[in-house]
Structure formats: C-alpha cells, structure tokens
Write a protein that binds this ligand. Structure first.
Ligand SMILES: C[S@@+](CC[C@H](N)C(=O)[O-])C[C@H]1O[C@@H](n2cnc3c(N)ncnc32)[C@H](O)[C@@H]1O
Length: 286
C-alpha cells in the first residue's frame, strides 16, 4: 500500500513531464475517479495520509499513462463539468469548454426580458452542453437542440436521459433544421465549428481527440459553417429575437462585419470571455 499523496505526487511529476497543463489537478481527478470519490473528498484523504489499496494502483497507473499520452482528462473520467452539470463525454463528441459558459450567461440575460415560456434553439449542440444548461437554469424555457454527428448525438441523448432535463434533441443539419419552428424562436444559441482550415490546434487533446467536424468551420476563414448556421437562425427567430454565437478569438471583428453585411441583423456586437478575449457575437433579428 502506498499513500494517496505519494501516488498523486508521482503522477503529477509524470504529467508535468508530458506537458499536461494542470498536472496536479489532473492527477487528483484521476485518483478520485479510480477510488469512486469526489475530488474534495480525495483532498481530505491526501491531508489525512490515507493509503491506497494495491488493487487500485494498476487502474491508476493505466489512466495516468493515458493522460501522459494526452488523452483528454474528460475522456478518462467520462465526465465534463459545464455550468452546474456533469455531462457524459468520450470519443466522438466535443468536450465542452469553460469559455462557452459566457454564452450561457448572455443567453440568460436575454431570457430575463423574453416572454414567459421562451423558445430556445441550440444549433450544433454536441454533448448538449448549452441546451441542457439553459434548460436547467431557465426552467420555463422550451429548449430544442440539433446535432449533425450520430456519435455526438448519442452522447447528447445520454446526457438528456442522464440529467432528466426537458430538451427536444434532434439529429440533423443545423442549417436546415427545425422547419416546425420557423419564425417562432426567441433565442438561438450556437457554438459551431469555427477553426479556420490550416490552423491546426496545438494541444493534442484537441487536435487528436475532438472530432474534426466539431472543429473546422470551413471556408478560407473558418466562418462558412458559422455563417450558414446564422442564416438558419435568422429564419428561425421571431422579429427582435436574439442570436448568440461563439467564435474564435481572432474572428470577433469578421463575424460582426459579416453578420451586418447580410442585412438580417441589427445591434450586432461582440462580447469577451472570462479571459478578456473576443468570444461571442450577439445580434438581434432585424
Ligand atoms: C465546437 S462543437 C460545440 C458543441 C457544443 N455546442 C459545445 O459547446 O460544447 C460543434 C458541434 O457542431 C456539430 N456540427 C458541425 N456541423 C454541424 C451542422 N451542420 N449541423 C449540426 N451540427 C453540426 C459538431 O458535430 C459538433 O458537435
């Protein structure tokens, strides 16, 4: 038997050498996962010098090796935290990011001044993160979501089931989805694929494990898919309805300019994420 803190210290060293950005946090999360405990509980165990049974060493070793090979932490634990939710994720679905939480805050601000049972649509829902967060945090909203990839859709369906939240989840193309909701939606939210071709992400967790269809926005500047999704949003929204769309930090100006040029939008403005980078464009259906 070795102490939990020895195991975590050794794992954190290995993860540091592998270039993992948050080695100690990841080492703790993986041991907590192996032991079936939450991280706060594990940290208490570390302070109290608790020992870990030999049987758990092997399972931990295997996970640490995979993390050192830059398999995403969330694929190893099977779970990603987004807002107040723990979502199931794994191969075939985009791991929701903290920067996307800003989009949820902006949507909630708009829902405060919307009608009593606002209709919300999440175009390109992935794991269902944004749709489920809004269904949880604005319970009177009628939330719909669509995803193109069958694999990602299956993860979203598992999350709808797992959370029990009332989201109408569909499999399909966001650029043609929801014929039944045309002109009746109050808020469209979207975190579409937007990375320009050629801008291959540096982090192996993203480059090698997030699905390509979740990353690349196509066209010269990566805005082909986002603009097609925005065009569908314009058809779905009620007059004065709101579009909130995430983009890469370098796309803030281009997104605002390109949306204004369509003539479909008024009050087009860009918003920063919590690190101060341009992240979400908000536009009102003209
Ligand atoms: C960047 S991920 C975002 C996922 C989720 N909204 C989030 O924030 O975690 C983009 C998602 O859009 C999906 N997607 C790409 N093209 C699509 C399309 N034309 N229609 C619907 N979904 C699409 C991808 O499969 C992927 O799940």
């Amino acid at each position: 038997m070795r102490s939990a803190s020895d195991l975590v210290r050794a794992a954190a060293r290995e993860l540091t050498n592998a270039g993992v950005a948050s080695p100690r946090v990841d080492a703790e999360a993986l041991l907590a996962h192996v032991l079936g405990r939450d991280v706060a509980d594990l940290r208490r165990a570390l302070l109290l010098g608790e020992k870990v049974a030999e049987a758990d060493h092997t399972a931990y070793r295997l996970l640490v090796e995979q993390r050192a090979a830059r398999v995403p932490l969330q694929h190893l634990t099977g779970s990603a935290h987004f807002r107040h939710l723990a979502l199931r994720v794994g191969p075939g679905v985009f791991v929701p990011r903290p920067e996307t939480e800003v989009l949820v805050d902006l949507a909630l601000a708009d829902l405060r001044s919307a009608r009593e049972q606002p209709v919300v649509v999440d175009l390109c829902t992935g794991s269902g993160a944004i749709a489920l967060a809004l269904a949880e945090e604005w319970p009177t909203a009628r939330v719909h979501a669509v995803e193109l990839s069958e694999e990602a859709h299956a993860w979203a369906a598992a999350n709808v089931d797992g959370t029990g939240l009332p989201v109408d989840l569909r499999l399909g193309d966001a650029t043609t989805a929801f014929e039944d909701l045309l002109g009746g939606v109050d808020v469209v939210v979207s975190n579409p694929p937007y990375i320009p071709p050629g801008s291959v992400p540096i982090d192996p967790e993203v480059r090698d494990h997030d699905p390509q269809v979740a990353l690349y926005g196509l066209g010269e500047d990566g805005l082909q898919v986002p603009l097609a999704v925005a065009a569908r949003a314009a058809q779905l929204l009620v007059p004065a309805g709101v579009l909130l769309m995430e983009h890469a930090d370098v796309q803030g100006e281009a997104m605002v300019t390109r949306l204004r040029a369509t003539g479909a939008w008024s009050e087009v403005a860009d918003h920063e994420d919590l690190t101060g980078l341009p992240r979400v464009t908000r536009a009102i259906r003209a």
